[in-house]
Design a protein around this ligand. Structure first.
Ligand code: NDP
Ligand code: MG
Length: 374
């Protein structure tokens, strides 16, 4: 029996992690759950999984707690994340919050010596050096949940002592892959939220349409696998069956395949090094017939070029890339700016804030704040 605390339990990843817990009640006991504002969903989850602590980071009143949930300690505000990450006993902490808000949770969990299952890529994008340092010191390597990084992690397990020469990071290409640039520029939130293969939260779905998600994932891979950006190659693979792979010096490639269903990488992080049932079947290759690959179109999707430039620039550039993108995606979802403006705003923030440092958490918050303002 392992205990698990879930930061962001009401989101797409959090709910799927709870599905795995539901499938294996003899293996997992939930000790803490947190959400930002989705109180009804959180209350339902508390009722079913009976954690000892639950938290709402926004607008929470103790008087709202339903009478039948008095067995659970409710915590409000930012303190909720710290309590769930570091105070409540847990063998594993799944960080499935969206955005840079995940960074503090990851640092707190690692500081308390917890095994972190990492869905929140923004923590590595913004604080990669601090997070990986702390994980190394704690002797608790991060277990990736992001499907591509889980795939690479699985391939590296199989590779034994042989190093990867290169990473092949696959990308679906999103819903606008075949659109012309003018149509992409004017795309609406409803169009951007229609992902061809994956069902995910709103922010990452927009990031998939703009390919900023793949830019963030290059940064995530750089920290998880300690490879420079020029050894991380992006491969557009519209079927999302090959989840990523590694290339060896002898020319051999190992890749991990499966249906595009996050329960597989979430389940693998939860049961590592074992494999448990996840409720997902293997792909039906006869039905699929063929798998295709394309080179990414960096003219239509500037995100990859900007991400690589930010990685090469170092300092706070990746935090600026992330913060400007988070703010621009939120503005796009509120229909305040067109889709095409997202990359332009991020590029402007990177230009204006060149040279900022990110040696401490305070410098990272400050770079994030300045980037959002632009
Ligand atoms: P969702 O938007 O579906 O869920 C986010 C969760 O975090 C919710 O529980 C939400 O609470 C909570 N939350 C949001 N903002 C804050 C905040 N500022 N402080 C505290 N809690 C907050 O996101 P996803 O599940 O799609 O994604 C989560 C993370 O996993 C992201 O970093 C994403 O990049 C990554 N990821 C997701 C994948 C997916 O398939 N969804 C795939 C790979 C990676 P509330 O419900 O109250 O708003
Ligand atoms: Mg991914």
């Amino acid at each position: 029996m392992k205990t698990i605390s879930i930061l962001g339990s009401t989101g797409s990843i959090g709910k799927q992690a709870l599905e795995i817990c539901r499938l294996h009640p003899d293996r997992y006991r939930v000790t803490a759950l947190t959400a930002r504002a989705s109180r009804e969903t959180l209350f339902e989850q508390v009722r079913e999984f009976r954690p000892e602590m639950a938290g709402l980071t926004e607008g929470f009143e103790a008087s709202e707690i339903p009478a039948d949930l008095s067995f659970c300690r409710f915590v409000g505000g930012r303190e909720a994340l710290r309590a769930a990450a570091a105070e409540v006993p847990a063998d594993m902490v799944l960080v499935s919050i969206v955005g840079i808000a995940g960074l503090a949770g990851v640092m707190d969990a690692l500081g308390a010596g917890r095994q972190v299952l990492l869905a929140n890529k923004e923590a590595l994008v913004t604080g990669g050096h601090l997070v990986t340092d702390l994980a190394r010191k704690a002797g608790k390597p991060l277990l990736p949940v992001d499907s591509e990084h889980s795939a690479i992690f699985q391939c590296l397990q199989a590779a034994g002592p042989n190093p990867a020469e290169r990473i092949l990071l696959t990308a679906s290409g999103g819903p606008f892959r075949t659109w012309d640039p003018e149509r992409i520029r004017r795309a609406t939130p409803a169009e951007a939220l229609r992902h061809p293969n994956w069902s995910m939260g709103a922010k990452i779905t927009v990031d998939s349409a703009s390919m900023f998600n793949k830019g963030l994932e290059i940064m995530e891979a750089r920290w998880l696998f300690d490879l420079p950006e020029d050894r991380i190659q992006v491969l557009v693979h519209p079927e999302s069956i090959v989840h990523s792979g590694i290339v060896f010096r002898d020319g051999a490639v190992l890749a991990q395949l499966g249906q595009p269903d996050m329960r597989v990488p979430i389940g693998y992080a939860m049961s590592y090094p074992e494999r448990l049932e996840t409720g997902v079947a293997a792909p039906d290759f006869f039905a699929l017939g063929r798998l295709t690959f394309e080179e990414p179109d960096e003219k239509k999707f500037p995100a990859l070029r900007l991400a690589r430039a930010a990685l090469r620039a170092g300092g706070a550039a990746c935090t600026v890339f992330n913060g400007a993108n988070e703010a621009a995606v939120a503005a796009f979802l509120r229909e305040e700016i067109p889709f095409g403006e997202i990359a332009l705003r991020v590029e402007r923030a990177l230009d204006r804030l060149a040279g900022l440092r990110a040696d401490s958490l305070e410098e990272i918050w400050e770079a994030d704040r300045l980037a959002r303002r632009i």
